[in-house]
Design a protein around this ligand. Structure first.
Ligand code: FAD
Length: 595
């Protein structure tokens, strides 16, 4: 064989090898049928989240959310972060965004469905874990006049108020999103209102609000705190309005509120409060808000609180406060250990679900206690009879107002005054079979199916999600929910008589319309952990007190992390007044103290 022949054979061989490896590599790289596919999955609000996913032969190249009904302000980070990370890591094994788990999972699930359509290997994408480089956190020192822990309603009210009084403010929030329980709440805000209540012919007074709050809490709330709350509730609505927040003209009775003095913002849920504060904060150079930054401890020097230590994704912060530190970390309804430790009133709460956001763990109480603060009333944990039987959430609750609905047990019988205190109603429900009840109401509550409830859901939504059932007669309704039809008809007939008489055997006093206008609706509910009345002891200036009743200089607290206001039972609608009134006071006093 001459050299030329050998060379050409080598060439042919190499070429064949090249073609062979090349097509093999191409095969290996062809993971997907390139194109754009659409898919959907059930999101956080039990509604469909749909998206489109674009694939090249080898990669996920683009994810676009087409439609969703996720909660504004809460799911935003998941909607932005999850698609980005799926593309960056080419994996579905990424972590859900804390506080927006259901939205995160819905995105991952829907992208998974698109992967299957594109012929990809779903299993390997799901099991591909992300190796994130361990970050050595850099120490950073910061300083401001006032430091606020927690960017919920109380913390942001304090921030704005401190700034209005001339302070620079640093806010730390441990969750990826701001708003805490406030942004997901029903937003009913109690205040004696000279304008709206008068226009609606509702008689009310500061004294009545005071006595209902005091007596409704078994006289365990501190009188000076309650007086401050009820006197400042309406001026704080005016303050919110001065910041641009809008309230509806209606005033109504919220569950366990005992009186029609609940105000409703125009924006859904608690988004009106949070967006109002954030609109104020936006662009202010002397207010900094750090999310995903958890306060770990308070710094106390010579008896005075002078700052905090906090941990962010990349840093360990030492944040000094020239004037004061305000704890506004919310309650501990989502901390099962704390609930179990302090619960003395209810049967075991270990298995009970909660209405609260994941971050409601009582961090502030523990930090304050560590430096000598007094904690009070921790055994007073509020349950609501209104939880979703599966999730404990208040979403899917069909009620509109207290006056127009009744509760029946699984036999179809009423069992309690449905206008009573929350603890009374929940205790009565816990004694019913499976602690399960149905709210029964009619079209007086939903003049049309698009009328929204307190959680911004229409009857059309509720029926679609299976949270409500509808029937043209009470017999049919009873059959659909599996209760005795005669009992249900009698329960409704007796209630309708009570509407005429203004009283009934349960002691109910709140009535408006009879239940007699088809279609009728029913929705199932169970007890759920809702609010913690106990917490850090403060005085009416929001100064934190130690175990001997002395003020701890430099330390303030406001909102659900505090105790001593609501006693044994909080009236529905009083928390939003509380966090706004005392948040404002905390911001002002922390700024103006003379230390
Ligand atoms: P939050 O709003 O919970 O804010 C506390 C913030 O602190 C959170 O963002 C949390 O993540 C953060 N945080 C906690 N620990 C740390 C830490 N270590 N470092 C940094 N940040 C931290 N009340 C009413 O009056 N009317 C209603 O209609 C009503 N509806 C409700 C509906 C629901 C579903 C829920 C859950 C509650 C409702 N409530 C209602 C109660 C009311 O919403 C709360 O009591 C109130 O919003 C608490 O406000 P807050 O600012 O004290 O706490």
């Amino acid at each position: 064989m001459n050299i030329k022949k050998i060379f050409s054979l080598v060439l042919i061989f190499s070429f064949a090898f090249f073609i062979c490896t090349c097509s093999k590599n191409d095969e290996a790289k062809k993971i997907y049928k390139a194109g754009t596919y659409t898919a959907s999955a059930l999101g956080g609000n039990e509604t469909e989240l749909s998206l489109s996913v674009s694939f090249s032969d080898s990669e996920i190249t683009d994810i676009r959310i087409i439609e969703h009904s996720e909660s504004p302000g809460i799911s935003d980070i998941a909607l932005e972060r999850i698609p980005k990370e799926i593309i960056e890591y080419q994996s579905l094994g990424i972590d859900a965004v804390s506080g927006a788990t259901l939205s995160s999972k819905a995105i991952i699930k829907a992208v998974g469905k698109a992967v299957v359509q594109a012929g990809g290997d779903l299993e390997s994408l799901l099991s591909k874990k992300i190796e994130r480089e361990a970050i050595e956190k850099t120490p950073v020192e910061l300083e401001s006049d006032v430091v606020v822990i927690g960017a919920g309603g109380a913390g942001l009210a304090a921030t704005v108020s401190a700034h209005q009084n001339g302070a620079s403010v640093i806010v730390v929030e441990k969750m990826p999103n701001i708003g805490g329980n406030t942004i997901i709440c029903g937003a009913s805000y109690n205040a004696v209102d000279p304008k709206r209540q008068k226009a609606l012919g509702i008689e009310d007074s500061i004294e009545k609000h005071y006595s209902q709050t005091y007596e409704g809490g078994d006289k365990l709330g501190k009188p000076e705190m309650i007086q401050t709350l009820v006197e400042n509730a309406y001026p704080s609505i005016e303050w919110l309005e001065s910041l641009g927040m809008e309230f509806k003209d209606t005033v109504f009775t919220v569950l366990g509120g005992l009186w029609p003095r609940a105000h409703k913002p125009k924006l859904p849920l608690g988004t009106g409060f949070i967006s109002t504060y954030m609109n104020y904060i936006k662009g202010k150079k002397d207010i900094q808000v750090f999310v995903e930054t958890k306060a770990l401890e308070l710094i106390k020097e010579d008896g005075r609180v002078v700052g905090i230590i906090a941990e962010g994704p990349q840093n360990i912060f030492t944040i000094k406060a020239k004037k004061g530190v305000i704890i506004a970390t919310g309650g501990f309804s989502a901390n099962i250990e704390m609930r179990d430790k302090y619960n003395k009133i209810w049967p075991s709460l270990t298995e009970m679900k909660t209405t609260n956001h994941k971050g409601a763990k009582g961090d502030g109480l523990l930090m304050a206690e560590n430096i000598g603060a007094n904690l009070i009333g921790l055994e007073h944990i509020q349950l609501l009879p209104m939880g979703d039987p599966k999730t404990g959430s208040l979403l899917g609750n069909i009620e509109q107002n207290v006056e127009n609905r009744i509760f029946v047990n699984t036999d179809g019988n009423r069992f309690v005054d449905e206008g009573a205190r929350r603890d009374v109603m929940t205790m009565a429900l816990l004694k019913q079979k499976d602690a399960l009840m149905y709210i029964i109401l009619d079209s007086h509550s939903y003049p049309n199916k698009e009328t929204k409830n307190n959680f911004n859901e229409s009857m059309t939504d509720l029926l679609k999600k299976g949270k409500a059932v509808e029937a043209n007669t009470l017999e049919e309704l009873a059959k659909k929910i599996g209760v005795d039809a005669n009992n249900l008809k009698k329960a409704v007939a007796d209630f309708n008589k009570a509407v005429d008489m203004g009283k009934d055997k349960f002691g109910r006093t709140l009535y408006q319309d009879k239940i007699n206008k088809a279609p009728y609706y029913a929705g199932a509910r169970k007890p759920t952990v809702h609010h913690t009345m106990g917490g850090i002891e403060i005085n009416s200036k929001t100064e934190v007190l130690d175990k001997n009743g002395n003020i701890i200089p430099g330390l303030y607290a406001a909102g659900e992390c505090t105790g001593g206001i609501h006693g044994a039972n909080r009236l529905g609608g009083n928390a939003l007044a509380d966090i706004t009134v005392f948040g404002r006071i905390a911001g002002k006093n922390a700024t103006n103290n003379n230390f």
